[in-house]
Design a binder for this molecule. Structure first.
Ligand code: ADE
Length: 243
């Protein structure tokens, strides 16, 4: 089995890369693309950690759905993974029991929350409703909560964001893009997101995100390490059955 773990931000991935002693591998991706690849094996399973790389014009990571779509496509083309995981940070909802550093697994579906196309067919297509694996066994084994992960193009909170949509547990900026590519190629998909900020609270998401980023990355790394060990143990296939 081959697992691809996709991150938008290098600092989200760095502690895991260090924990797993993954090595950077060059010349795998198209040289025009900014993505970075780190690889290791766990229990004989090949793990690839793919990071979005830098927007060299502004010296920041390539976050968001456009880069995530391209990263996922290049990952599928070059690495042919059996499972794609979108890992990273997200906003959570206290109405759903979120707290800073809580890690959620995707469950049910992955969607977009800021695409509004009031035309027959386009409306649901824009929301996406992409499949993800049934993570219930994995969640109960690891003691995690799960729910719908929703993607958009803004960190800044909109008035609509203040009210958690039914079943949505986390709001971020990449999972739906990657889930779309995974669904096109029939590859099982899972999202793992750690909470940096509470959306249904009077605060600025961008301030809370910066303050809580280190805590969220620490819990993300711990959970991902356990999750990867669980997935790569002998009978791991039982955890990645599609819905
Ligand atoms: N990433 C972390 N927190 C987020 C939020 N509130 N919205 C979008 N992306 C995020």
């Amino acid at each position: 089995m081959k697992i691809a773990l996709c991150f938008a931000m290098q600092d989200e991935a760095a502690p895991l890369i260090e924990t797993l002693s993954a090595n950077e591998v060059i010349n795998t991706f198209n040289p025009h693309l900014p993505f970075r690849l780190f690889q290791c094996t766990i229990h004989g399973t090949a793990l690839s950690i793919i990071c979005s790389g830098k927007d060299t014009r502004y010296q920041v990571d390539n976050i968001g759905c456009e880069a995530a779509t391209l990263l996922a496509y290049e990952t599928v083309q070059r690495l042919q993974p059996d499972l794609i995981i979108s890992a990273g940070t997200a906003g959570g909802y206290k109405a759903r029991g979120a707290h800073i550093g809580k890690v959620y697994l995707s469950e049910g579906e992955i969607q977009f929350h800021d695409r509004d196309v009031p035309l027959p067919g386009f409306s649901e297509s824009a929301i996406g409703h992409y499949p993800c694996i049934d993570s219930s066994k994995l969640a109960s084994k690891l003691g995690l909560d799960c729910g719908v992960i929703s993607s958009g193009s803004s960190l800044r909170k909109s008035p609509q964001d203040m009210h958690a949509k039914k079943h949505v547990v986390a709001k971020e900026m990449e999972a739906a893009a990657i889930a779309w590519v995974a669904s096109l190629f029939g590859i099982p998909f899972l999202a793992v997101k750690s909470i940096t900020n509470i959306v249904d609270e009077e605060n600025l998401s961008e301030i809370a995100f910066q303050e809580n980023f280190p805590i969220a990355c620490a819990t993300l790394t711990e959970i991902l390490t356990n999750l990867l060990h669980t997935l790569t143990e002998a009978d791991a296939n039982k955890y990645i059955e599609a819905r």
